[in-house]
Ligand binder design. Structure first.
Ligand SMILES: *Cc1c(COP(=O)(O)O)cnc(C)c1O
Length: 450
């Protein structure tokens, strides 16, 4: 631990998603540099980045192809406002995203939460332009996460992030999640999906005249604790949105760019959404950038002589050339490395390395979707997440359990891992679990009541 950097950080840096007082006992780890999947601290200790630095990194840190593209772009054009101007990186990125999704119009922001806000505003404004201004409410899934700005919180159903801001937020409706873990005896994941879709149908039946859009995370509700569902739910949701004239917004901010096995998660259901939100992996984990993709039909509803019918939304860094160039370089890597096929092989190797963990007696619901692995841990430790995180760091691995009780252990690694890294992942994740559970055994009974 670099006491100097860590203590200076605690004095002047307010860290995200952190009760700062906890850093008294466990100061932040000062990272000096990173290479491939490894983070290296100021003392030279190495940590395998098992969660891709909050799900953003795809090809390891400082990948030479992205680095070269950024260096070249920096020589040419750092930034220009996108209102009234355009440039090669934003044009090329938009063309590529259109080709990959079939949604031909890209609007840019800087973070995932701003993509959510853009999609919600665009959807409601579409209905207003179409003469149906009453359609301005939204519906999301139980446990859904779409970011933490005030507008994004209105469709985020995670109490820990939302409760303190209740009076600020115009809450949206919540319908049942198709989380496959809810399967009753004899039920398949598709059965759970059909049951959840009945809940959506009943809700839309009653409220479609005031509803602009359904927003959901396709295939994996990540922040909810890697809740995975059958693609059938997406097909049923698409059909219901069509029937009730409600937009379908798929939030691919976490699950996009190969995380679930396909380039975009919704593609596994063979559906076309009205809006796609992208961020996180979009730049390969190098620079902040988000995009909302939409259809010709939505775009046409704004295309008019009247300025007020246009989408008058902007951020200062909208379409930043460096970030767009990093995104183009990232998409080039998918082609050059045949990433989706390579990941199918890599996932087999990683699953084999995790086999002992999946078979651990305290593990429930061992599951995988593409390059996302998750295990619910049967523990009474109320602070399991912090303890596991610390134990994993001690074994040279970055993992942070999440979920409502912080008891879902998961791994979402970068896509370029050699055999040594894969072996380290399996070994360290298991050793950290055993270490954490030993702490549970050592605590007096009254201290482990949740
Ligand atoms: C991370 C995330 C967001 C928010 O993105 P930020 O860049 O953190 O604002 C939105 N939706 C999903 C599904 C996410 O995982």
């Amino acid at each position: 631990m670099d006491n100097c950097l860590a203590s200076r950080s605690m004095r002047h840096v307010w860290h995200p998603c952190t009760q700062m007082k906890r850093h008294e006992a466990a100061p932040p780890v000062a990272i000096d540099h990173a290479s491939g999947p490894w983070l290296v601290d100021t003392q030279g200790r190495r940590y395998l980045d098992g969660i891709s630095s909050w799900w953003v990194n795809l090809f390891g840190h400082s990948h030479p192809h992205i680095r070269a593209a950024l260096a070249e772009q920096m020589q040419r054009l750092d930034h220009v406002m996108l209102a009234g101007f355009t440039h090669a990186p934003v044009v090329e990125l938009s063309e590529r995203l259109a080709g990959l999704t079939g949604l031909g119009h890209a609007f840019y922001g800087s973070d995932g939460a701003s993509a959510t806000e853009i999609a919600l505003k665009m959807s409601a404004h579409y209905w207003r332009n179409r003469g149906q201004p009453a359609k301005h409410r939204f519906v999301g899934l139980a446990g859904g996460y779409h970011g933490e700005t005030v507008g994004a919180l209105s469709v985020t159903d995670i109490a820990l992030f939302r409760d303190a801001y209740g009076p600020l937020v115009r809450l949206s409706a919540t319908v049942p999640s198709p989380d496959a873990r809810q399967a009753r005896p004899g039920e398949t994941a598709a059965d759970v999906a059909r049951r959840a879709a009945e809940g959506l149908e009943a809700w839309l039946q009653a409220h479609h005249t005031e509803t602009a859009a359904l927003i959901l995370e396709p295939l994996v509700q990540c922040a909810a604790g890697m809740a995975m569902h059958d693609a059938e739910y997406l097909r049923l949701a698409r059909a219901l949105c069509d029937r009730f004239e409600v937009h379908l917004v798929v939030d691919e901010i976490a699950v996009g760019f190969g995380r679930t096995g396909s380039l975009f998660a919704h593609q596994q259901a063979g559906i076309t959404p009205d809006f796609i939100c992208l961020s996180k992996g979009l730049t390969g984990g190098t620079l902040p950038l988000s995009a909302v993709l939409t259809t010709d039909a939505v775009y046409a509803a704004f295309y008019d002589d009247d300025a007020a019918r246009g989408f008058l939304h902007s951020h200062s860094y909208t379409g930043n050339p460096l970030a767009c160039r990093a995104a183009v370089a990232t998409l080039e890597l998918f082609e050059q490395l045949d990433t989706l096929a390579a990941n199918r092989q890599l996932a087999q190797r990683i699953s084999a390395a995790f086999a002992p963990l999946a078979a651990h007696p305290r593990v429930r619901h061992a599951r995988r979707q593409g390059m996302i692995w998750a295990w619910d841990i049967d523990t009474r430790l109320p602070d399991f997440s912090q303890r596991y995180h610390a134990a994993a760091l001690a074994h040279g691995l970055l993992l942070r359990p999440i979920g409502p009780m912080g008891r879902t252990l998961y791994c979402m690694p970068p896509y370029l891992l050699d055999d040594a890294a894969v072996a380290h992942l399996g070994r360290a994740a298991l050793a950290a679990l055993d270490d954490t559970l030993l702490q549970e055994a050592a605590l007096p009974a009254q201290e482990v009541q949740a």
